[in-house]
Design a protein around this ligand. Structure first.
Ligand code: S3P
Length: 173
């Protein structure tokens, strides 16, 4: 198996920030699946959702994931919050690399995501912190079974970014 680490978890759990730092420490390239999708499509994630719809986005996401994993790269990949929950993406991720679920709780995710909700099509219609919290609570309940299929789970709630990266390194080595 190649030296491939795949970070999964809800939006705002820190996948991209952790992935970027972890990749530097492991001397591996970092790939952000959302960035790759934007490059392939030549549009932002918000534009893809708005103009082509969520189903098109999920197909595109699957295609880009499949092509990336098939390259058998040595890399750290951060996938989107929804990626593990569609098609058999989680099986495919687990077959190709070591997956780590960055698990954060609902209040933490809500606080982090509220100020930046307008850049995130899934939650942009949530007007208050309370409604966002309720939405994330239900959404996480639906998505957790997919995330929990990751090889490893790391609770990221009470620790800072550097500690999360250290824990990931510990899991990998
Ligand atoms: C999504 C999460 C986003 C992005 C898209 C859909 C989701 O990725 O793929 O907006 O369904 O949770 P991040 O988790 O990297 O923000």
């Amino acid at each position: 198996m190649s030296n491939l680490v795949v970070l999964v978890g809800y939006m705002g759990s820190g996948k991209s920030s952790v992935g970027r730092k972890l990749a530097v420490k492991m001397d591996l390239p970092f790939i952000d699946l959302d960035d790759l999708i934007e490059q392939v499509e030549g549009k932002s994630i918000s534009e893809i959702f708005e103009k082509q719809g969520v189903l098109h986005f999920r197909k595109l996401e699957r295609e880009v994931l499949e092509n990336t994993l098939r390259e058998n790269l040595n890399a750290v990949i951060a996938v989107g919050g929804g990626t593990p929950c569609y098609y058999n993406n989680m099986d495919m991720i687990n077959e190709h690399g070591l997956s780590i679920y960055l698990r954060a709780n609902v209040p933490q995710l809500s606080r982090r995501l509220f100020p930046e909700r307008m850049q995130r099509p899934i939650i942009e219609s949530q007007q208050s912190l309370e409604s966002l919290q309720e939405f994330i609570g239900k959404h996480l309940f639906e998505r957790s079974p997919f995330y929990e299929r990751a090889h490893e789970t790391l609770d990221v709630g009470l620790i800072d970014l550097d500690e999360v990266v250290q824990h990931c390194e510990h899991i990998i080595n």
